[in-house]
Design a protein around this ligand. Structure first.
Ligand code: NOJ
Length: 764
């Protein structure tokens, strides 16, 4: 305990000067106001600022009569015993709760209202994994911007997003909330989302605090089982997991949420290396750290803290500032300070961070400015927001196959059969974590198609296979209802008569997300059987795969001829998919997470290291003594960066402005990309490197840049990336950021598995 305390104190002493130098959240004027207020606060009031509670009421009126839980919370609010509430939503409800805190407590310190605004608030955007497939940072920022406009008009000042966990395991249901498997792309997307939520000025009435979560390693839970233990080496931690946290912390993200897992034996809430040494000290993070729901208390289950009091001790001394619903600080922090076990300066540091953000939000000037019913009425679910949602959704769609050029569907098509439960499902497109998106409010694919064709084309629908409506809402859905195939006949009948069949398969909204880990991520029920029956009777089957994670189903990928991966696309899903089906938009998305061939391959990801025996030696092809599976390929079904278009792009060989580079020089790599097909289209030009030999093994490929560019048919564009020392640097196994002289392969292409290469030497 003493060592932890000593370290904490060292950090406290060095942190402010580092912070001042680095972090955009540190402003002298605000710091002075924070200090002045802190001086006035009693210990009890200080502890109060570090508690976050969930409101079980989001209706108008101060507190619903007869709700004891809410009554108790109200009493705490009145005493200044709460720093933030989560799950109180709406201009009126937040107004009433704010009033309790501001008008009754001695110092009248306002509350921050937090909520999971993950991919939209009322207007729902694609799930983050889907949105990441757009590789379109402007579109991604605009979706977070709209979410912030709507959420702040409903009284919220803080979102628990973006989730920046780089994930490699699709069994983990929360991959739907992230940006896929790559730390570079994940970092760019995290910054874009943070910008969308926080804007340029947090005092604006339509900007809100963002949260980088979950710090750290949550996506690496063993076997993809949610909340499970995490054990990763230093190079993976530094180079894969931490980059989006480091970048957002340095760019001024307002909060960081730690994670449910332990990392190498230390629960994240109690990890002073992560929270103090790295986040607060080395990266100069200026916001505050919030625990995840009940996670301080869970350190007892981890076998790390012997009771709640010790859990509170572990959390506060290791740098966790605010307690979400563990009630560890509320019940024990005062006592820990009074007994001398926790130095008051540690508490002060945490309180300072919370107050700092309240000043940044402008809450002391007007605690009610976000709770404006007129704005709430005017700004939610507007036509403009829905148009942006449709635009982002269409950009997120990935075309995996178009072998017979069935897409885009032309005017010659007069009869379309739409098949599958998911095609007529107005709820699934909203995905998990749908904020205040109203159940069943999305445009279904069937509706989208009808909207697109009007009466010109005959559109018939058959459900085909069944899916339960509430699989896994809060219950474990271990067994899906048996489907007796009684819907097949009707589906086959309409498929036979159709010029084109649109067949949907995938997952329902709540089959992915938190607590929805699965060992079997193939299609459930009779979906594959139906696919096989339909393709027997019609050659023009367009498969639309709607899911929250990569689905493992080799037969579907191999036997289909036309395949769109659409994820869960949000409110405007059906219209956006129709835009692509009928060629109003030429698909431009690229996968951000590899699709495995087999569940037993997991994890399969593009930026892996090279094994010592990566391939059979020459003439040794029959040998088993190299790194492979005896029953499956090593490669994924579809790799990171993959996605095709209605047009085709040809790449020239990349050219370097010099074949050597000094440490402080830059070199440019350029490539000509020509649109050789019949449609205008956007291409995501991807730039990767490989450090050939290094003091710590480096991956066979690492994304270092990309550009999404519109190229008209017949046109050629030159794309240039600049390489500098930073591009070639990495964290060693000791956590040191270095660039080492030597040879690098520079690769450019339209997918991680389709690149051309040139060599560059970094000189000493
Ligand atoms: C638990 C989740 O892990 C976290 O991401 C979320 O923000 C909180 N619950 C609050 O809802």
């Amino acid at each position: 305990m003493h060592q932890v305390m000593a370290l904490a104190m060292v950090c406290l002493l060095v942190a402010p000067s580092i912070l001042r130098a680095q972090n955009p959240l540190i402003e002298d004027e605000i710091e002075a106001k924070v200090e002045a207020l802190l001086q006035k606060m009693t210990l009890e009031e200080k502890v109060g600022q570090l508690n976050q509670h969930s409101g079980s009421w989001d209706v108008t009126g101060p507190v619903p009569a007869g709700n004891e839980y809410a009554q108790r919370r109200a009493e705490l609010l009145k005493k200044g015993g709460v720093g933030s509430m989560l799950n109180i939503v709406g201009a009126e409800a937040t107004y009433e709760a704010q009033k309790l805190a501001v008008e009754n407590s001695r110092l009248g310190i306002p509350l921050i209202f937090g909520y999971d605004v993950v991919h939209g608030f009322k207007t729902i955007f694609p799930i983050p994994l889907g949105e990441s497939a757009s590789w379109d940072l402007k579109a991604i920022e605009s979706s977070a911007r709209v979410a912030a406009i709507e959420a702040t008009a409903s009284g919220l000042t803080w979102t628990f997003a973006p989730m920046v966990d780089v994930g490699r395991d699709p069994r983990w249901g929360r991959v739907m909330e992230g940006a896929g498997e790559d730390p570079y792309l994940g970092t760019q997307i995290a910054l874009a989302r943070m910008k969308g939520f926080q804007g340029d000025d947090l005092t604006d009435e339509n900007t809100m605090m963002a949260t980088a979560k979950h710090f750290a390693g949550y996506a690496f839970s063993e076997s993809g089982r949610d909340y499970n233990t995490v054990d990763v080496g230093t190079t993976t931690l530094y180079n894969i997991i931490l980059p989006p946290f480091e970048a957002t912390a340095k760019a001024g993200i307002a909060s960081v949420m730690n994670s449910f897992n332990d990392l190498n034996g230390i629960p994240a809430n109690g990890d002073s290396f992560l929270q103090r040494e790295l986040l607060k000290e080395a990266w100069g993070f200026g916001g505050f750290i919030i625990s995840d729901w009940g996670s301080i208390r869970q350190m007892i289950n981890h076998g790390y803290s012997k009771d709640l009091k010790q859990a509170a001790y572990h959390a506060i001394t290791s740098g966790n500032d605010m307690d979400m619903e563990s009630q560890a600080y509320q019940n024990h922090l005062k006592e820990l300070v009074e007994s001398g076990e926790v130095d008051i300066r540690i508490v002060d540091e945490a309180v300072r961070r919370v107050l700092r953000m309240k000043f940044h939000l402008g809450l002391f000037d007007d605690p009610y400015k976000y709770s404006d019913t007129d704005r709430e009425k005017a700004l939610l679910y507007t036509d403009e927001h829905r148009a942006i949602a449709r635009d982002v959704a269409k950009r997120s769609i990935v075309l995996l196959k178009n072998d017979r050029s069935v897409l885009p569907i032309g005017d010659d098509v007069k009869n379309i059969a739409v098949i599958g439960h998911l095609a007529n499902d107005k709820d699934t497109p909203l995905g998990n974590w749908r904020g205040r998106g109203e159940s069943g409010s999305a445009v279904s694919l069937l509706e989208g198609i009808q909207n697109a064709v009007g009466s010109k084309v005959k559109v018939s629908y058959a459900e085909g296979y069944t899916m339960s409506t509430d699989d896994g809402v809060f219950n474990r859905a271990l067994h899906f209802p048996e489907d007796d195939g009684s819907g097949f006949a009707e589906a086959i009948k309409i498929a036979k008569k159709a010029d084109v069949v649109i067949l949907t398969v995938g997952e329902k909204a709540l089959q992915t997300g938190e607590g929805r880990s699965k060992v079997d991520i193939s299609l459930t029920g009779r979906q594959l059987d139906l696919f096989n029956e339909i393709r027997k009777v019609n050659d023009n089957v367009v498969v639309v795969l709607m899911a929250g994670r990569p689905i493992v189903e080799p037969e579907l990928y191999e036997q289909s001829t036309t395949l769109l991966n659409t994820f869960h696309l949000g409110t405007e899903a059906g219209n956006a998919i129709a835009d692509v089906l009928f060629g109003k938009y030429n698909p431009s998305g690229k996968l951000t997470m590899s699709i495995p061939r087999a569940i037993g391959q997991i994890p399969v990801y593009y930026n892996h290291k090279s094994a010592g025996r990566p391939s059979p030696g020459p003439g040794d092809e029959g040998s088993v003594f190299w790194s492979h599976f005896n029953d499956e390929e090593n490669t994924p079904q579809y790799p990171f960066g993959y996605g095709i278009s209605y047009t085709t792009f040809e790449y020239s060989a990349p050219e370097l402005s010099g074949s050597t580079m000094g440490m402080n020089e830059t070199v440019e790599v350029s490539v000509d990309v020509t649109n050789t097909g019949d449609f205008d289209g956007e291409e995501v030009v991807q730039f990767y490197i490989r450090d050939r030999f290094a003091s710590t093994m480096r991956p066979v490929q690492e994304l270092k840049g990309f550009e999404k560019v519109m190229i008209k048919k017949g046109e050629t564009k030159t794309i240039t990336f600049t390489i500098d020392k930073e591009t070639l640097s990495f964290y060693t196994h000791k956590g040191e950021w270095v660039a080492e002289p030597g040879m690098f392969s520079i690769m450019i292409g339209g997918s991680s598995d389709n690149v051309q290469m040139v060599e560059l030497e970094l000189l000493d």
